[in-house]
Design a protein around this ligand. Structure first.
Ligand SMILES: [Ca+2]
Length: 97
C-alpha cells in the first residue's frame, strides 16, 4: 500500500495491489478499514472504511480519509484489508486479505 500525507490535516491515499484471491468462483471483493489508536487508551477504534470494490485483486479506492492532525502527537493508524464475501457488515465474519 502507498500512503501520502498532507498537513495540517492528514489525507491518506491508498493503493492496494496483488491481493489474495479468496473467492472460489470470482475475485476477492476488497474493502479497507482504517483504525485509529486512542492516545490514552491504546484502543483501536474504527475511523472509517472505503467502498467495497467487487471482484478485483487490484482495487483503486475512491474514498479518502481525513484525520485531524495533533501537533507533536504520535498517531498510530492501522489499515486492514478485508474480503467482503457475504453482504454482512460484520467484519469478523470476513476473511482478512
Ligand atoms: Ca467476489
Amino acid at each position: 500500500m502507498d500512503f501520502y500525507l498532507h498537513l495540517p490535516s492528514c489525507t491518506y491515499i491508498k493503493t492496494v495491489t496483488n491481493l489474495l484471491d479468496m473467492d472460489t468462483f470470482s475475485k476477492s471483493d476488497p474493502v479497507v478499514v482504517l483504525y485509529v489508536q486512542g492516545l490514552g487508551t491504546k484502543e483501536w477504534r474504527e475511523f472509517g472504511r472505503t467502498e467495497v470494490i467487487d471482484n478485483t485483486l487490484n482495487p483503486d479506492f475512491v474514498r479518502k480519509f481525513v484525520l485531524d492532525y495533533f501537533f507533536e502527537e504520535k498517531q498510530n493508524l492501522r489499515f486492514d484489508v478485508y474480503n467482503v464475501d457475504t453482504r454482512s457488515s460484520n467484519l469478523s465474519k470476513h476473511l482478512s486479505l
